[in-house]
Design a protein around this ligand. Structure first.
Ligand code: MN
Ligand code: MN
Length: 488
């Protein structure tokens, strides 16, 4: 079969300009949203600039939703659905772009802070599938929230500004790593060793002691044994105490407040142009914010669609789409019901019809073909940089297990739309048969009986601290998603 064209060979000067300005907006989005909460905040900000109102505002206004109205609903600050109301009734079905906004990372445990040998650490439990050895020795930032017992929420973000400190996970020096280097890569860095080094300086001593000036060393040296042991006691975990004092001063939080915190450790790097030709973007969290952002832009571009259009950005995909903010929750269904009610169209049957007659692009990243690891891919059915939006008829592993397998009829319809709109696309599987696999949210939406196909953008280094995409594929994704919303 003829392989798709390289997108770079097809662009006009105007398109290249659009591609660069999109890349710039995309990089800014990646920097603004390194956690699902931050992504939701940023999406709400952008949406409101484009005239979207919250479902609560629509409810309070007591007006009936009209075609062209723009509404969003947020679930627990981690999941968001945005809608542009279509000319046709909801019952005719929606056009949905779905993607996830959670990414692999290290999560801080509930009782995390400890001191060992005058070094203070935060204990973590990693989130999602990671190669643990990739997360050591790189600069990391702390993002998240601490919710105090009285309900006050403290936002934490350390490591992003040029003058912020960063944190890191240490690794054994190569000089002593003979035994470690013989281990399987899976075991070379153990999960319990992914602790974040956050401090090494003991709490300053009382001013009275510090007041001894140049003699202080000598006078401490001469302390009686009893006084010395008492001094030791007060100095116990002085590094940890110092960290707690800093947390108290900066954020007004106590050690117990970690119990109700969600702190995520992510790479402290910004999104960057990549390659001497600047053809790529390197950044943390492109799985799946590359699909999330391009889906959002596509929705914002659609002025007055025939069918109601939706961009659904979910949390928890990396751990199985579980929980209230994952795709398996009823949030999406409930929100559609609310909207139909606001449009004066709700009935249980109308809701069922709206969902089952919907069409969706479940967008998630694909593995980009990597010539350095060619043996893990099957060349004809791989995704390539610069060859456009990727369609995965199915995903899954070992005999398509766990996969949504899109209907041939639906694939044909999507192909036709993309061809009509000059969207470059390619089809792919995630690696060779039986080498591995992966899942998405597609199979969950498919439970409503709607047409769903996996699509997305090819990524190199998927799930590594820094992932890489092709700017051309990001550009084609927006084109493809827009064409889908208008014509599917
Ligand atoms: Mn993903
Ligand atoms: Mn993933």
């Amino acid at each position: 079969m003829a392989q798709p064209k390289n997108a770079w060979n097809t662009y006009t000067d105007k398109q290249l300009e659009e591609l660069e300005s999109l890349s710039k907006r995309y990089r800014a989005f990646l920097d603004a949203g390194k956690t699902e909460r931050e992504c939701v905040t940023e999406v709400v900000r952008i949406a409101r600039e484009h005239g979207y109102r919250s479902i609560e505002e629509v409810r309070n206004a007591n007006s009936t939703l009209q075609p062209g109205d723009k509404v969003y609903a947020v679930c627990m600050e981690k999941m968001i659905a945005l809608f542009t109301v279509g000319k046709q009734s909801f019952e005719k079905g929606l056009r949905i772009l779905g993607a996830h906004i959670d990414s692999p990372r290290l999560d801080v445990k509930q009782d995390p802070l400890y001191e060992d040998t005058e070094l203070a650490y935060l204990d973590t439990h990693y989130y999602g599938g990671i190669k643990k050895y990739q997360w050591v020795t790189v600069p990391l930032a702390i993002h998240g929230v601490v919710v105090k017992k009285d309900g006050t929420k403290v936002q934490v973000c350390v490591g992003e500004h040029a003058d912020d400190p960063v944190v890191f996970v240490s690794d054994l020096l190569i000089h002593l790593a003979g035994e470690q280097m013989e281990k399987k890569a899976r075991l070379a860095i153990e999960g319990e060793k992914l602790d974040i080094l956050v401090g090494s300086r003991p709490m300053a001593k009382e001013t009275t002691k510090a007041g001894n000036g140049s003699c202080s060393d000598k006078s401490e040296y001469n302390l009686s044994e009893k006084a010395e042991s008492e001094d030791k006691k007060s100095e116990k975990e002085a590094v940890k105490q110092n960290i707690l004092a800093i947390l108290k001063e900066k954020y007004g939080i106590e050690e117990e407040d970690f119990l109700s915190a969600e702190l995520e450790i992510v790479p402290a790097e910004k999104a960057r142009d990549c390659g001497l030709d600047r053809s790529m973007i390197m950044a943390y969290g492109q799985d799946d914010r590359v699909c999330a952002y391009t889906s959002l832009e596509a929705l914002l571009d659609v002025p007055a669609p025939v069918r109601t259009c939706c961009c659904l950005l979910v949390d928890k995909e990396e751990i199985g789409s579980v929980g209230a903010t994952g795709m398996q929750s009823r949030f999406f269904e409930n929100t559609v019901a609310e909207l139909m009610d606001c449009a004066g169209e709700y009935s249980e049957l109308a809701l069922r019809r709206a969902l089952s007659r919907s069409r969706m692009l479940s967008s998630d990243v694909s593995a980009a073909y990597d010539p350095l690891y060619a043996s893990y891919f099957e060349k004809k059915n791989s995704a390539y940089f610069g060859k456009g939006l990727v369609l995965n008829k199915f995903t899954g592993s070992r005999g398509k297990s766990g996969s949504n397998d899109a209907n041939a009829e639906y694939v044909a319809a999507i192909r036709a739309i993309f061809d009509r709109n000059e969207v470059l696309f390619q089809t792919a599987e995630l690696g060779k048969v039986d080498v591995g696999g992966g899942g998405t949210i597609a199979y969950i939406s498919a439970l409503y009986g709607m047409e769903v196909i996996d699509s997305g953008v090819a990524v190199l280094n998927m799930h590594a601290p820094m992932e890489v995409t092709s700017k051309a594929d990001v550009y084609e994704a927006v084109k493809g998603y827009r064409a889908f919303l208008m014509e599917a």
